[in-house]
Design a protein. Structure first.
Length: 154
């Protein structure tokens, strides 16, 4: 069963009222990166390619078609007994952009990232709502304790 937006908001902490939706919470754009060196996924390990943070002139990212890594502004904590799914907001899709994400396991804590695919020039303002996090109840054996635990926390 999916949880209400109010439940998700309680888990995440302080948010703007406009971020709380009936079935989830909107995450906002924190920063945008471009990958500048190759990464690697192997059977026995992985490495993430080096990235360069893009400049946001007056808080505005002007993006040309291509692939970008976005970091969400909000710290996310997926509670035990739940799994998180992140979906792009329809406004992003209607502007020829797609946001690809992965499952967020119970116990994950951090400022997550997603792959932003841009198919037409677009301007995105830092703090704009770009994704919606929903939580579903889920049975599990353990909680997340992987490489990305605590990522991007200052």
């Amino acid at each position: 069963m999916f949880r209400s937006g109010a439940f998700v908001a309680d888990v995440l902490g302080p948010l703007r009222d406009s971020q709380v939706q009936p079935n989830g919470v909107d995450l906002t754009l924190g920063s945008v990166y471009q990958q500048v060196s190759p990464g690697r996924l192997g059977r026995d390990g992985k490495s993430v390619g080096e990235r360069r943070e893009l400049d946001a002139e007056d808080g505005l990212y002007r993006l040309s078609p291509g692939g970008y890594v976005v970091r969400y502004a909000e710290e996310v904590k997926i509670p035990e007994g739940h799994v998180g799914f992140l979906y792009p907001r329809s406004s992003l899709l209607r502007n020829s952009c797609m946001l690809d994400t992965a499952v967020w396991d119970a116990g994950y804590e951090g400022r997550g990232e997603g792959l932003l695919e841009v198919y037409h020039d677009v301007e995105l303002e830092r703090g704009a709502r770009i994704a919606q996090l929903v939580l579903a109840e889920a049975e599990h054996e353990d909680t997340y304790d992987g490489t990305y635990q605590g990522e991007n926390l200052d």
